[in-house]
Design a protein around this ligand. Structure first.
Ligand SMILES: NC(=O)c1ccc[n+]([C@@H]2O[C@H](COP(=O)([O-])OP(=O)(O)OC[C@H]3O[C@@H](n4cnc5c(N)ncnc54)[C@H](OP(=O)(O)O)[C@@H]3O)[C@@H](O)[C@H]2O)c1
Length: 486
């Protein structure tokens, strides 16, 4: 009989890349809290003049580790910091660290990636493809490797409408792509139907796992859009402005008044803590499957982790539920009363943006100049609208996913493992999750405490009447102009 999930990790050494990112932070937290490991090694790069050790020391002071600090006060003793950068040759590892990894590591979670949609093809390839290639090569030397999970994305093959748990052909191999570095003007041709360099490089990296990972106990894990945590270690935790969080924060504060969304399309969001539980379960399954070494040389299994199969959520419902919570606790830093017009067609979007973003922004900038200050609103809108354009494909399209492997894995988990590593999204309670999501954005993205709700509500009433007044003036002026000229 297979050991339960924590037993599989007992006294094991885990290597995590991307541990300083959104997913990696919760992954490390959960492994440390729920699995009796011997060591967790994290590969961290120096960044903005701060070295890896200092970065880690700062990160583990964050509130997301409060629960761990209580439950496992000595958890820092279990962490081994390894300075490294996936872009550097040999991943920037010193020989002693490389040897230590080869000798000791049993499980590899490869989460590191650049997830910027507008990264140049060369930069995205260096991290997402060549970084993966280097890690796979290191993994082949690991003396006691039991499992390797490569974290990809459910949208790696987003040009397709239906995405199964299988490998699809890619237009170019990693090797061919490497030869084209420096030729950035060829990017649109290389990308073919892919909407951005992120999804494209993730697709090529999967292909690399298929080819180079064939001798390894390896799987590919593909989550869809990772939202805030549902409950662990804290409800509503999130830190970056991924996916819908950025749009919601912009709309909540009255900054964004028009965005491209098709209300009757599915938005495929999965909670971050559930995602981590699914990821750990995939590692458990991978290690179990490959215990029988005859399986090596088989195509690595893919697990799509999505919500749309079992509990589809429409954009329309997501928006309405968020709207309800907005009225309970509007943000204090709102620049206007929340209202938003949704569009699908790009040219309609251009007109709406001009009327609802650019004209008000130009007026504010004019006032700022009159007051002797530097104008900034138009610049902010240009930047934000560029970001929204990058998300367009994900807010106006939907995909049909298959997640049979992930569901089959759920059926293999014992009741105890299910309780500790719950990830099933069957009959998922979206209403309570969206509430948690709303307050998560308010707290972690907008950095507003609940104690300001009364003041914020008073301000919101004033913004409401100002909004009504503006609409009345606009209607009156339009009417007068029509009366004069028609
Ligand atoms: N977020 C989502 O909605 C989502 C959805 C589907 C799949 N995924 C996948 O989940 C994984 C984690 O995503 P995330 O949301 O946690 O992204 P994230 O917050 O941007 O974190 C990315 C992580 O990768 C590390 N990294 C980037 N370049 C590196 C390099 N050259 N060398 C070493 N480390 C490097 C970053 O380190 P620094 O701190 O040094 O920058 C960071 O720890 C990715 O593989 C992504 O494709 C994410």
């Amino acid at each position: 009989m297979e050991a339960c999930i924590p037993e599989t990790f007992r006294n094991g050494t885990v290597l995590v890349t991307g541990s300083t990112g959104f997913l990696g932070k919760i992954l490390v937290e959960k492994i440390l809290r729920a699995c009796p490991i011997k060591k967790i090694a994290i590969i961290v790069r120096n960044k903005k003049g701060i070295n890896a050790n200092q970065r880690v020391a700062d990160i583990y002071k964050q509130a997301v580790y409060d629960r761990l600090r209580i439950e496992k006060p000595d958890f820092m003793d279990l962490i081994k910091i390894i300075e490294g950068n996936l872009e550097d040759s040999s991943m920037g590892l010193i020989t002693a660290h490389r040897d230590w990894i080869i000798e000791n590591v049993n499980f590899v979670f490869h989460c590191a990636a650049t997830i910027k949609f507008n990264e140049t093809l060369e930069s995205a390839s260096k991290i997402n493809i060549l970084g993966t290639e280097k890690l796979l090569s290191l993994a082949t030397q690991m003396k006691n490797l039991k499992g390797f999970v490569h974290v990809s994305t459910a949208y790696s093959h987003c040009p397709k409408n239906e995405i199964k748990e299988q490998y699809y052909p890619v237009p170019i191999t990693a090797k061919e792509l490497k030869n084209m570095f420096g030729l950035d003007d060829s990017t649109p041709r290389i990308l073919e139907d892919w909407p951005n360099t992120y999804c494209f490089t993730k697709a090529i990296a999967e292909n690399l796992v298929l080819i180079n990972g064939i001798h390894l106990p390896i799987s590919v894990f593909r989550p869809s859009i990772i939202g805030c945590t549902k409950s662990e270690p804290d409800p509503g935790w999130l830190e970056n402005m991924n996916g819908p969080s950025a749009i919601v924060a912009g709309v909540m504060t009255g900054f964004l008044r028009t965005v491209p969304i098709v209300r009757n399309k599915i938005t495929d969001i999965v909670p971050a803590d559930y995602t981590v539980n699914a990821l750990i379960s995939v590692m458990w399954d991978t290690a179990n499957r490959y215990q029988d070494s005859n399986l090596i040389n088989q195509e690595p299994k893919i697990y799509n982790y999505v919500s749309s199969v079992e509990s589809p959520l429409l954009w329309g419902r997501y928006i309405e539920e968020m709207n309800g919570h907005y009225h309970e606790a509007p943000p204090l830093q709102s620049v206007w009363y929340m209202f938003c017009i949704f569009y699908t067609h790009l040219w309609i979007g251009k007109i709406l943006r001009f009327l609802l973003h650019r004209i008000p922004a130009a007026l504010v900038d004019f006032l700022l100049i009159v007051c002797g200050k530097s104008p900034k609103m138009l610049k902010m809108y240009v930047k934000t609208e560029c970001m929204i354009d990058l998300l367009y494909v994900f807010t106006t399209r939907q995909w049909k996913f298959d997640n049979s492997n992930t569901r089959e894995l759920w059926s293999l988990l014992s009741q105890d493992d299910r309780n500790t590593f719950w990830y099933s999204l069957e009959e998922f309670d979206w209403a309570s999750y969206i509430k948690v999501y709303f307050y998560g954005i308010r707290n972690h993205v907008l950095h507003e405490e609940l104690s300001n709700v009364d003041t914020a509500t008073v301000k919101n009433r004033k913004l409401f009447w100002l909004h009504q007044l503006c609409i009345s003036v606009i209607i009156y002026v339009t009417f007068q102009v029509c009366w004069t000229f028609l």
